[in-house]
Unconditional design. Structure first.
Length: 198
C-alpha cells in the first residue's frame, strides 16, 4: 500500500482550503485558490494539483467542475468551463485493470491537456488527458472530447465530431423557408385552403 505523508498533508490542506472557500464569493474563491486577475470559480469546483495549472485571465469555472492539473493543464484567457465539466490530465485505468489500485502509481499515465483562449466548454462535458483544444472553440454540453480540436471549431457528441452536417442541415432548412416564403408571396391576396401551400 502507498503511504505518502507529504501527499496526505498536502491533500488535507487542500480539503481545508475548499471547505473555507464555500463561504466566499466566486472572485474571492478564485483569489484564495491563486487564480489570476478577473477569474471566477463557483462553489464545489475543484482543481487537482493546482501547482500544475497555468490559467489565463478572466477564466470562469462553473459549479462542480473538476480540473485535474496533475499532468499539466493550461487554460487560455477568457475561457469558460461549464458546470460539472471534467477536465483530465491523467488516467489510472491501467492501474485499476492490473490490480494495482493503492499499491503502485507506476501505471498512472499523465499527459498535458491544453484549452485555448476564448473557448466555451459546455458542462457536463469530459475532456480527455492529452487533448489540445484551439482558440475560440465551442464544446457543446454533454460532449466527450477524446481528440484534439482545431481553432474556431464547434464540436459536440460522444465522442465528439465537427458539426458540419448540422450546418448543412440548417442551410437546407433555410432554403426551404425561403422557397415557402416565395410561394406565399405568389399566393399573396388569395385565400389559401389549409394544408394546400405547395
Amino acid at each position: 500500500m502507498i503511504i505518502d505523508k507529504n501527499t496526505d498533508q498536502k491533500l488535507r490542506n487542500q480539503i481545508l482550503t475548499y471547505h473555507i472557500s464555500n463561504v466566499l464569493t466566486d472572485r474571492e474563491r478564485a483569489k484564495l485558490l491563486g487564480l489570476p486577475e478577473g477569474c471566477r470559480i463557483r462553489e464545489n469546483a475543484k482543481i487537482i494539483s493546482p501547482e500544475n495549472l497555468k490559467c489565463g485571465k478572466n477564466v470562469w469555472i462553473g459549479e462542480g467542475a473538476i480540473l485535474d492539473a496533475s499532468g499539466g493543464l493550461e487554460i487560455g484567457d477568457n475561457t469558460q468551463i461549464g458546470t460539472y465539466a471534467l477536465i483530465w490530465t491523467h488516467t489510472s485505468r491501467y492501474q485499476a485493470i492490473s490490480g494495482e489500485t493503492n499499491i503502485s502509481k507506476d501505471k498512472i499515465i499523465r499527459k498535458p491537456t491544453k484549452i485555448g483562449k476564448n473557448c466555451f466548454i459546455g458542462g457536463p462535458s469530459v475532456i480527455y488527458p492529452g487533448v489540445t483544444i484551439g482558440d475560440c472553440v465551442t464544446v457543446l454540453p454533454m460532449s466527450v472530447v477524446n481528440k484534439d480540436v482545431s481553432t474556431n471549431s464547434t464540436v459536440g457528441g460522444s465522442p465528439i465530431g465537427k458539426l458540419k452536417d448540422l450546418e448543412r442541415r440548417v442551410e437546407g432548412l433555410e432554403r426551404m423557408v425561403e422557397e415557402l416564403e416565395k410561394k406565399i408571396e405568389r399566393l399573396n391576396g388569395q385565400k389559401i385552403p389549409e394544408g394546400k401551400i405547395k
